[in-house]
Design a protein around this ligand. Structure first.
Ligand code: ATP
Length: 419
């Protein structure tokens, strides 16, 4: 199910000061059907507000929300067909895992509805039998008694039929619930934990139960609000892989809210990067990483973070201080101060390299070696450079060539990418 937001806007007004917060500002995006989209950005950028408007828990100030062709902007949350998972799992502690997952079905499926129906039918038939009996009892003759007995028998048979119909329905409903619970428990890999209580499960397992409970209603859309925030580092990693797998297996359109860029990059088909209520960039994680539209996007994505330098373009040269990083036709005719940003993997050691950098120490983090470095023109007090091989690296000042595709140039006033 494709989700489309058209000019979606939410303005919060503080009652006392009358000051306004544009939490979400004119957001127009399409979430493709069957994809996992990461809604990403720093704290307070409007991610949760967007999600809650999609869920129907908050009314937009302006704009529209479509699920496929359906305009759901004014639809009640329970009618939207969404599964919602919060960071704190929100399981019922006194119920077993099986009961927790079954809960949404117990509420909506045939059993309860039928029970009510059958109860009222019982009452109706009993009442009719009673009035019939009373009206006939006064003038009871032998023939009437026979007629009445036949009538009563008919009612009785009727009752039995309804009772067995109800019991059938109940068995079907119970069976259905049992099958669905088993199916989703298996999907989220907690089928062997069904008789335990939430307190006996790890945080990661509890979150998977919450996901199963959201999916059991067969929603059109799955909305996850920071679902990994309460987990420790190892469980976070494991659970995010599980979420990716579950999403792939079910093919359900999923929106995943997080402020953690690595998390969003690792599991999303697409990311929507927000700041101050505005969408900054949308795209596949790798393409946004490799082609950031502005300085905010370049800075927000990537670990270790990108290094930013004060630079200048003149006479077809891109300079950082006295170092000419590139001479290229692309800079022809330009004369301006710029920000130059270089990804940590964008440096190549070279004795003839143009960019001189001082490094403070080397971190050996397994596969890669990381130089912790500084440079007088850099805005970062220190930054990191990833290298595969640093043999014979003794001097404290090192020369680098810069890989063009790992280097971005931004307008100093607007932060927009210029090269
Ligand atoms: P976080 O990651 O911290 O949850 P977020 O990106 O989800 O942040 P939102 O919770 O959507 O951000 O908040 C966006 C902005 O709207 C913030 O400035 C926040 O203070 C404001 N805001 C959110 N809810 C309300 C509210 N009910 N009343 C007033 N302002 C609100």
């Amino acid at each position: 199910m494709e989700i489309r937001l058209e000019n979606l806007t939410k303005v919060f007004v503080d009652e006392k000061s009358k000051s306004e917060t544009r939490a979400v500002d004119n957001m127009t995006i399409t979430i493709p059907s069957g994809k996992l989209v990461g809604l990403l950005g720093p704290s307070g950028c409007g991610k949760s507000t967007t999600l809650y408007m999609i869920a129907g828990l908050l009314n937009p100030t302006d704009g529209k929300i479509f699920f496929g062709e359906d305009d759901v902007t004014d639809l009640a949350p329970e009618k939207r067909g969404i599964g919602l998972v919060f960071q704190n799992y929100a399981l019922y502690p006194h119920m077993t895992i099986r009961q927790n997952i079954a809960f949404p079905l117990e509420n909506i499926k045939a059993s309860k509805v039928k029970q009510e129906e059958v109860k009222s039918k019982y009452a109706e038939i009993n009442a009719k039998a009673k009035t019939d009996f009373e009206s006939k009892f006064g003038s009871l003759k032998e023939t009437d008694a026979t007629k009445y007995a036949a009538e009563l028998e008919k009612h009785q048979a009727n009752l039995e039929e309804i009772k067995s119909e109800y019991q059938n329905e109940l068995a079907i409903a119970k069976n259905f619930i049992h099958t669905e619970v088993e199916k989703y428990a298996k999907l989220v890999d907690i089928a062997d934990q069904l008789d335990k209580k939430p307190g006996q499960l790890s945080g990661g397992q509890q979150q998977r139960v919450a996901i199963a409970r959201a999916l059991v209603k067969n929603p059109r859309v799955l909305l996850l609000d920071e679902p990994l925030s309460n987990l420790d580092a190892r469980l976070r990693l494991q659970t995010r892989e599980e979420i990716k797998r579950i999403q792939r297996e079910t093919g359900i359109t999923t929106i995943f809210v997080t402020h953690d860029q690595e998390e969003a990059m690792s599991i999303s088909d697409e990311i929507v990067l927000m700041e101050k209520g505005l969408v900054q960039q949308i795209g596949a994680p790798q393409s946004v990483y490799e082609d950031p539209k502005n300085l905010f996007v370049a800075k927000f994505l990537g670990t270790p973070p990108i290094a930013i330098y004060n630079g200048h373009i003149k006479s077809s040269k891109l300079n950082i201080g006295k170092n000419t990083v590139f001479s290229s036709k692309e800079f022809e005719g330009q004369d301006s101060d710029v920000f130059v940003a270089i990804r940590p993997e964008g440096y190549e050691l070279s004795e003839t390299g143009k960019l001189k950098i001082q490094y403070d120490f080397v971190e050996n983090i397994g596969r890669d070696l990381v130089l912790v470095a500084h440079q007088e023109n850099s805005l970062n007090s220190t930054f990191r450079i990833i290298l595969q091989d640093i043999k014979n690296l003794t001097p404290k000042e090192v020369s680098f060539n810069v890989k063009r595709e790992k280097c971005f140039v931004f307008n100093k006033e607007t932060g927009e990418r210029v090269f």
